[in-house]
Design a protein around this ligand. Structure first.
Ligand SMILES: O=C(O)COP(=O)(O)O
Ligand SMILES: [Mg+2]
Length: 222
């Protein structure tokens, strides 16, 4: 039985505008402006704390780790209280999830977004029922690109890595999958400073309408 593990931000859900909004609110408490949305899109992928670090660095700010802890707590509080203001599924996500589920695949989410807002977001977008496991970036001591994050997701899904395919948007997803010998499909529309095609995954898809065919091709060349 096939196991498909999805990244969340930039793969299933367009979350950058909401992350940008919360970042702006938190930075405003310091009298600072957040970087523009276009720049923030390139800062997502290593969790909320890394986003905050990168945004502060872009604003030329050096803060103590205690100050950053405080800001991070503020960020998580605000984001968790309203994780889905404008966030939305990319076109075709629900249909594609229905299709692969109907074919008997087990599905999981392996994301560097913290656990609680990840779960709330999936519920708000009405897709949480598709997943056998969701493992957020603060659920373990490690996170992507550490392969243990993907391995734990597979374990919680009751799936084997030999049956797995990772679907993501960034180098982190590709590195994580490769480290476990899992094929990787990248979407071309997510959050990555290096375009998906240049990263060299097994397949690139430009939309979720292409997912089933790409899964078939990856499986037959495995
Ligand atoms: O929140 C982030 O920084 C990234 O999350 P992702 O792993 O779902 O892309
Ligand atoms: Mg992502």
């Amino acid at each position: 039985m096939q196991a498909i593990i999805f990244d969340l931000d930039g793969t299933l859900v367009e979350t950058a505008p909401d992350l940008h909004l919360v970042l702006s609110e938190v930075m405003q408490t310091l009298g600072l402006s957040a970087p523009p949305l276009s720049a923030v899109r390139g800062m997502i992928g290593d969790g909320a704390r890394a986003l905050l670090d990168r945004a502060l660095a872009a604003a030329g700010q050096e803060r103590t780790s205690q100050e950053i802890d405080h800001l991070y707590a503020e960020f998580i509080d605000r984001y968790t209280s309203e994780p889905c203001r404008t966030s939305h599924l990319y076109d075709g996500v629900t249909t594609a999830l229905e299709e692969v589920r109907a074919q008997g695949a087990k599905l999981g989410v392996c994301t560097n977004k913290p656990q609680r807002p990840s779960e709330l977001l999936l519920e708000a977008l009405n897709i949480s029922q598709f997943f056998d496991a969701v493992v957020g970036g603060d659920a373990l001591d490690i996170r992507k690109p550490h392969p243990g994050h993907l391995q734990t997701t597979l374990d919680r899904m009751g799936a084997d890595r030999c049956d797995a395919v990772m679907v993501g948007d960034s180098q982190n997803d590709l590195l994580t999958a490769r480290a476990l010998g899992v094929p990787c499909i990248l979407v071309s529309f997510g959050y990555t400073s290096v375009p998906a095609r240049e990263l060299g995954p097994d397949r690139v898809i430009d939309g979720f309408g292409e997912l089933c065919q790409a899964l078939g091709e990856v499986r037959s060349s495995a």
